[in-house]
Design a protein around this ligand. Sequence first.
Ligand SMILES: NC(=O)c1ccc[n+]([C@@H]2O[C@H](COP(=O)([O-])OP(=O)(O)OC[C@H]3O[C@@H](n4cnc5c(N)ncnc54)[C@H](O)[C@@H]3O)[C@@H](O)[C@H]2O)c1
Ligand SMILES: [Zn+2]
Length: 362
Amino acid sequence: MSETRIHVKASREYDVVIGTGLISRAGSLMKEAVPKATKILIVSETNVAPLYLDTVRESLTGEGFECVEYVFEAGEQSKNIDTVAGMWGVMAKAGFTRTDAAVALGGGVTGDMAGFAAATFLRGIQVVQIPTSLLAQVDASVGGKTGIDLPEGKNQVGAFHQPSMVIEDIECLGTLSEDKFTEGLGEVLKYAFIMDTELYGMLSEYMAEGKAANLQHDREMLIRTVTKCVEDKVDVITGDEFDTGRRQILNFGHTIGHVIERNSGFTKDHGVCVAMGMGIMTGRSLAAGLMDQDTHDKIISLIKGYGLPVTDDITPEDAVSGAMNDKKKRGNTISLILVNRIGEAEIVPMTPEQMLEFLTRG
Ligand SMILES: NC(=O)c1ccc[n+]([C@@H]2O[C@H](COP(=O)([O-])OP(=O)(O)OC[C@H]3O[C@@H](n4cnc5c(N)ncnc54)[C@H](O)[C@@H]3O)[C@@H](O)[C@H]2O)c1
Ligand SMILES: [Zn+2]
């Protein structure tokens, strides 16, 4: 048992606790995070609940919390208002008051919905995130974005609602499918490229030692890696909590990645599409003379080395028209994130014509 803490100074201050054996200490961590709560709603889903819900419940009841549960069908298709309404109903029936709290136990889908249910129930109760997927540990659980999908598009309804604590138990990553783990690495590599030369160095050295394929079961390396990613995310969101400025650099690979993801009817995983987006942008930056060959080669080889693709057959025209429909677009310009050197990202607003030129010239 060990733990690292990262303190987040947002509109609510909280700790991200990273380590092993934390799930079984959820109760005492919750006592610290939400000391006034007596009732806790544990939100989980059908894949994660059989693995971890008993441990979390036992730990919480052991500390005197009264627990109610809401377990929904795993998967993005559940990320809708009906599922959130189910959570509201359970809390209302159990007589929750504003000092009670919710816990999200699962991947990003669980975290987004439990966070949104907490943001809206009684106009806001506290939520503690226990992310169990790599993507949720390095990205979704930190930063306070919560929400649901509409038939018209992903994440169309939501709220900013910071958690009261994020509990990241690295051991949970051991039960993820290999595909889901690899997908999460897309976001991990993103932090290395946009802002973290130290993380880049760690991951490239690890790859050079021939260990990349073992990362999922190397707890020590995972703790170091996840910790670096969370520190990076916290660094970016501090000062730009509501996503109007620097936070946009987290979109490296995402503008084109989102289009690939949507055009596949969401059959391709998000992190895999982000990897393709980063690969394509890297190739285009080289062609435009904005990146040197060595940087290009290093980025491409790290993405491939961790089992992710670097390209897709999307046409530049489709990429531009898809990007024009992105919800993150502001006005008529598309903010592309360019990495010029490893660890340095730049936000470059482009018109559709400029983006098309960037994707085709050279
Ligand atoms: N709020 C944010 O800032 C933010 C950021 C990025 C992504 N997201 C959202 O997060 C979601 C994607 O997150 P995700 O990839 O974690 O999706 P997810 O919650 O669907 O989890 C992915 C899969 O892994 C399974 N799983 C999770 N943890 C497991 C474990 N420990 N062992 C075994 N199986 C496990 C799940 O059941 C699911 O099948 C999307 O809805 C996305 O919009 C939100
Ligand atoms: Zn992403």
